[in-house]
Design a protein around this ligand. Structure first.
Ligand code: ZN
Length: 188
């Protein structure tokens, strides 16, 4: 297993729709093991394959449930259903999220309160989970990555402009930028 470099906003793989996984090969199993290790090292609560430079429809996630038990998994070729968004302005305290591909920053974003995720796991077994709150947010964020959407693309105009300034200052927003958890420590 290995911690993989995480691509930063501007790399084309983050801004293109990912392709379906045709079959789960040993290569895919290794990729997923590396994604779990990379997500934990970052640390992050989710990681999509495009973030480590692989344009395939796979993401991993991890979070604790209400009792503090680990909630953790991988999904291949997912589909996501969400309830309609509540109208209104997102609360910066309760609704801010971050992204390992725009590291070290957080911005408020309204997400659907509940989501249902389907797909398969590495053994081809069906995944079918319905979650709410922060876990629903994680699934929406990671699913977006598979369609080439970063959460910064969804921010309001003011915050979006701020992200563009940050990107310019740090030399992001171009192909090939990445960071390595454990070496660069841009998160946590
Ligand atoms: Zn992200």
């Amino acid at each position: 297993m290995a911690v993989l470099p995480i691509r930063i906003m501007g790399d084309p793989v983050l801004h293109s729709p990912a392709s379906p996984v045709e079959s789960v090969t040993d290569e895919i199993r290794t990729l997923v093991a590396d994604m779990f290790e990379t997500m934990d090292a970052a640390p992050g609560v989710g990681l999509a394959a495009p973030q480590v430079g692989v344009g395939l429809r796979i993401f991993t996630y991890t979070y604790e449930d209400d009792e503090g038990a680990p909630w953790r998994g991988v999904v291949i070729n997912p589909e996501l259903w969400i309830v309609p968004l509540e109208p209104g302005i997102p609360d910066p305290d309760d609704e801010s999220e971050g992204c390992l591909s725009f590291p070290g920053e957080r911005f408020p974003l309204r997400r659907a309160e509940r989501a249902r995720l389907t797909g398969t796991d590495l053994d081809g077994a069906p995944v079918d989970i319905t979650v709410d709150g922060w876990r629903a947010r994680i699934l929406q964020h990671e699913f977006d990555h598979l369609d080439g959407i970063l959460y910064v693309d969804r921010l309001d105009d003011g915050d979006w402009k701020t992200t563009q300034k940050i990107a310019k200052k740090r030399g992001w927003g171009r192909p090939g930028a990445s960071w390595l958890p454990g070496v660069d420590n841009l998160e946590g």
